[in-house]
Design a protein around this ligand. Structure first.
Ligand SMILES: [Zn+2]
Length: 211
């Protein structure tokens, strides 16, 4: 199964050239402010892509999915009926178990922000142990999460869950644009798929993973 991973497109999806693959994964932040028109434009573009399976999670910019979940889901369903929107739930595609979640540690009170510690740990506790492809908007602490200010800002509770209980084959995220790239550890391929650079230029190529 070939995964094509993108994230943090921030309304610049038209600039991307997507390779072919079986599952197109967007790990969140497809908008700038999560407005209706932004969600609609993204949904149209996502719907026009040829990949047979599509998965999307929301990011901290995608406000409509938090403020008016019903409207957001309806827009996505109208323009991209085959997309699986994952928010603390999973989907099986061709026998591969995917799970998606939008939460990131509190930062200036954006969408889907939670305090570090127990509130985030509770969300990660929902992830089934047999998850094979994990999609979160943000990285775990210490993995492709280094900002230009030299700080590792990933979620320590997510790192702990991966250490103790989860062993996905692939973990896709974005959020920290500067962390774009891949890294393998303990049998997990980590992918920071941020399509936009730290300067919000959509120049990072989609990451292709065969799993
Ligand atoms: Zn972003």
């Amino acid at each position: 199964m070939r995964l094509v991973c993108i994230s943090d497109t921030h309304n610049r999806h038209d600039a991307l050239r997507l390779p072919r693959g079986d599952v197109l994964i967007h790990a969140g932040d497809f908008t700038g402010m999560g407005r209706v028109q932004e969600v609609e434009a993204f949904a149209r573009w996502f719907g026009a892509q040829s990949h047979p399976h599509k998965i999307v999670v929301a990011g901290n910019h995608d406000w409509l999915f938090e403020r008016d979940h019903t409207q957001a889901r309806a827009l996505l369903a109208r323009h991209c009926p085959t997309a699986h929107y994952l928010q603390d739930n999973g989907v099986d595609i061709a026998g591969v178990r995917f799970w998606g979640s939008p939460w990131t540690p509190l930062f200036l009170n954006w969408a889907f922000n939670l305090k570090r510690g127990q509130p985030l740990a509770a969300k990660w506790a929902l992830i089934p142990a047999d998850t094979q492809v994990l999609i979160t908007h943000g990285p775990p602490l210490g993995v492709l999460d280094l900002t230009r200010h030299g700080l590792n800002v990933g979620c320590e509770e997510l790192a702990a869950a991966l250490e103790k209980r989860l062993r996905p084959r692939v973990h896709v995220f974005g959020h920290i644009h500067e962390g774009y790239g891949t890294y393998e550890r303990n049998g997990t391929q980590f992918v920071n798929a941020s399509s936009c650079t730290e300067f919000y230029e959509p120049t990072n190529v989609p990451v292709v993973i065969d799993c």
